[in-house]
Design a protein around this ligand. Structure first.
Ligand code: DGY
Length: 320
C-alpha cells in the first residue's frame, strides 16, 4: 500500500462505477453496508474525502474525526439533509451531491407507486398469492384512473417536474406547490401553482418531491391527509420526515385516506408496524433511484466530485 496516497473514506459502500476510479488514485477505506457509527468514526482519521450516503449522519463529530485533512464530503445521493452544511462550511469542507442522473428513475418510481396505489395492486397481489382469489369480481379492488384526474406535485424541482410530465402524459391536470413559479411547466403542461391546502383539496393524487428541511418536516400529518380525502392517493418518494407515518396508518385504517404509496420513512430502515398492516398501501424500501444507469451514474458523479476537489478544481455538483 502506498501510504502517500490521499485517503477516501467510504462510510458504507460505493458502486464500482465510481469506486474503481477512486481506487486507481487514492487509498480507499470502505465501511460496508452494515458499518456502525463507531466503525465509521474509527475509519475517519486522515480522510481527504468522505463519501457518505443519505443514511449516514455527517455532523461535527464525524467531521472532527476526519480531521484537518478533510476537503470534501461527496454525498452518494441527491438529497443532502444528512449533512450538516454549516459544520462543513465552518471547517472549509466542500459538500457535493449527485443530481440529474437519478431524475428519470425517481420520477418513474413515483409514477409506478402512483399507479400501484391507485389500482390497489399490493392488496390484489397479496390476496392472489394467499389463494384468496375466487374469480373475476366487478366490485373488487376498484381504484382511480389517472386519466382525467388532478395530480398535485409538492416541489417542482427536477424530479417533481419530470413526474408532472409523466402524469400529464397519462391525461392528468397538474397542480403544484413550489417556492417559485414554474413558467415552463405552466406553459408546457398547463400546470397551476397553488397553496398547499388548496392543492391537497383539489388533487386526486398528491406526490411529494421536496427536500427534507426545517420547513418541510412534518408537512403531511392528520389534517393534511383529511384534505387529500377518502378517494385521494398520497405518494412519497422524497424523504420520510415529510410525512407522519402513524397518521397515514390511521387515515388508511379509518378510510380517511384512499391509498398510499411510500418509498421513504422517518427512521429508515424501520417501518411502522401499523403501516405494514395498513390496507390500500404500497410500501417500498427506498428504491427511487434503483436502476442500473441511475445508481452507476450516482457512483460516477461521486468519483467526479471527489477527484475534482482533490485535484483543486471546482466539483461538478457542489451544494456548499
Ligand atoms: C437520493 O439520492 O437522495 C436518494 O434518496 C438516495 O438516498
Amino acid at each position: 500500500m502506498n501510504t502517500d496516497r490521499q485517503v477516501v473514506v467510504v462510510a458504507r459502500v460505493l458502486l464500482p462505477a465510481g469506486l474503481d476510479r477512486l481506487r486507481d488514485r487514492y487509498e480507499i477505506r470502505e465501511g460496508g453496508l452494515d458499518a456502525t457509527r463507531e466503525e465509521v468514526l474509527a475509519m475517519a482519521p486522515g480522510a481527504s474525502a468522505l463519501v457518505p450516503d443519505g443514511s449516514v449522519r455527517v455532523d461535527g463529530e464525524l467531521l472532527d474525526a476526519c480531521g484537518d485533512s478533510l476537503r470534501v464530503v461527496a454525498n452518494f445521493a441527491v438529497g443532502f439533509d444528512n449533512v450538516d452544511l454549516e459544520a462543513c462550511e465552518g471547517r472549509g469542507v466542500i459538500v457535493t451531491n449527485t443530481p440529474d442522473v437519478l431524475t428519470e428513475a425517481t420520477a418513474e418510481l413515483a409514477m409506478a407507486l402512483t399507479l400501484a396505489a391507485a389500482r390497489r395492486m399490493s392488496d390484489a397481489e397479496r390476496d392472489l398469492r394467499a389463494g384468496l382469489w375466487r374469480g373475476w369480481d366487478p366490485a373488487a379492488y376498484r381504484g382511480i384512473e389517472i386519466w382525467g384526474s388532478t395530480v398535485g406535485v409538492i416541489g417542482m424541482g427536477r424530479i417533481g417536474t419530470r413526474f408532472a410530465r409523466l402524469a400529464h402524459g397519462l391525461g392528468a391536470r397538474i397542480v403544484y406547490t413550489s417556492q417559485s413559479p414554474k413558467p415552463e411547466a405552466e406553459r408546457e403542461l398547463g400546470a397551476e401553482q397553488l397553496r398547499l391546502a388548496e392543492l391537497l383539496e383539489r388533487s386526486d393524487v398528491v406526490s411529494l418531491h421536496a427536500p427534507a428541511t426545517s420547513e418541510t418536516r412534518g408537512l403531511i400529518g392528520a389534517s393534511e391527509l383529511e384534505l387529500v380525502g377518502p378517494h385521494g392517493v398520497l405518494v412519497n418518494t422524497s424523504r420520510g420526515p415529510l410525512v407522519d407515518s402513524e397518521a397515514v396508518a390511521d387515515a388508511l385504517g379509518t378510510g380517511t385516506l384512499g391509498a398510499a404509496g411510500l418509498d421513504v420513512y422517518e427512521n429508515e430502515p424501520e417501518v411502522s408496524p401499523r403501516l405494514l398492516a395498513a390496507p390500500r398501501c404500497v410500501l417500498l424500501p427506498h428504491i427511487g433511484s434503483a436502476t442500473v444507469p441511475s445508481r452507476d451514474g450516482m457512483a460516477s458523479a461521486v468519483a467526479d466530485n471527489v477527484i475534482a476537489v482533490l485535484e483543486g478544481r471546482e466539483p461538478p455538483s457542489r451544494v456548499a
